[in-house]
Design a protein around this ligand. Structure first.
Ligand SMILES: [Zn+2]
Ligand SMILES: [Zn+2]
Length: 340
């Protein structure tokens, strides 16, 4: 079968690889229907982490089940599913409390399509077939009437944007929200989309990226063009989404006393300065960590099914499956690759 494979910095190509097979009775095989490019995919392909061997690409997808192990209950062949991008068992202590990103049974950062992070190749979703272990935990059925293109990013970046604001708006309903974007593309837009859908009084979107600002404005957020100097006001809920020390500082300085600054940034390499004295003195809670894909899916899928959350409004480019190798390396805020 064909698999989109990263063979070196900024190089991807279709490669013939053996078809995956069911290896355990809890496994499923799926055929990806639409795959989204995650905000980390371009940096990962360009070699932000050392690329020691070719690795499979693609981890945000909606797919169709083509085979199930004998032990799988509650799923059917032919069913359409969102595939959690983090590999997790669903039964260990961490999975049991919703911390599926840090499943006890797998090395840290065990994800599809991101072999350089964990050192383990789990296969990628830009392939004709993928093997999904622990299918009962990792596959979330979705209505076949929903467009796969709209659902392609739900397993990761949509959830990431959602969790950045939803729990905080539940604590402080109707609050004003600021999203600070300094390098990430789609996650902060999904956070804005969520804040608007969940009734934030005001959603401001600060960035130095004009293209992302234009999409944010189209969604209904108020764009703030900034180079991350002095913030113009403060907010009870602030989302930090980016790569730079200046952006992080701006996000924290934009947070009200006793407010929450939620970071969805992965800050590769080096150390980031954190103004602990300011956080202490003003009682600002700073929260950072990875999304828990399996645990979050049941919260977000109903909002999409009800039409309250429309991830498709963030999509800026849709290409055919055949065009994946070229499109995967080209800039776009949110790229979706769909099977014909
Ligand atoms: Zn991702
Ligand atoms: Zn687990």
């Amino acid at each position: 079968m064909r698999q989109l494979t990263c063979t070196g910095p900024a190089t991807v190509e279709w490669r013939d690889v053996p078809e995956p097979r069911l290896a355990h009775d809890g496994d499923a095989l799926v055929r990806p229907l639409a795959v989204a490019r995650c905000d980390i995919d371009l940096p990962l392909t360009s070699g932000i982490f050392p690329i020691r061997e070719p690795f499979a690409r693609g981890h945000e997808c909606v797919a169709e089940i083509t085979a199930l192990g004998d032990g799988v209950r509650g799923l059917e062949i032919g069913q359409r599913v969102v595939v959690a991008f983090q590999v997790s068992c669903g039964t260990c202590r961490s999975c049991g409390v919703g911390h599926s990103a840090n499943c006890d049974r797998y090395p840290v950062l065990s994800d599809f399509g991101m072999q350089p992070l964990s050192g383990v190749e789990y296969g990628g979703m830009l392939a004709d077939l993928a093997r999904v272990p622990h299918a009962e935990a990792m596959l979330a059925p979705v209505s076949a009437r929903l467009d796969p293109v709209a659902l392609a990013s739900v397993s990761d970046n949509v959830l990431d944007g959602y969790r950045a604001v939803a729990p905080h708006l539940a604590d402080l309903p109707g609050s004003e929200v600021l999203i600070v974007t300094h390098g990430l593309k789609s996650v902060p837009l999904y956070a804005a989309l969520t804040a608007l859908a969940l009734g934030a009084a005001r959603v401001d979107f600060a960035s130095n990226d004009d293209d992302v600002l234009a999409v944010a404005e189209r969604l209904g957020a108020r764009p703030i063009r900034t180079e991350f100097g002095k913030p113009e006001r403060r907010y009870p809920i602030v989302v930090d989404a980016g790569l730079t020390a200046e952006g992080l500082k701006y996000a924290i300085r934009s947070t009200e006393p006793e407010g929450i600054c939620q970071s969805v940034s992965f800050y590769p390499g080096g150390e980031m300065p954190l103004p602990l004295g300011r956080l202490y003195t003003l009682g600002i809670r700073f929260s950072i960590g990875r999304v828990h894909s399996v645990a979050m899916l049941p919260q977000v899928l109903p909002l999409i099914e009800q039409g309250r959350l429309r991830p498709q409004d963030v999509t800026t480019r849709v290409v055919d499956w055949e065009d994946a190798p070229a499109a995967f390396l080209e800039p776009a805020i949110k790229l979706i690759i769909r099977r014909a």
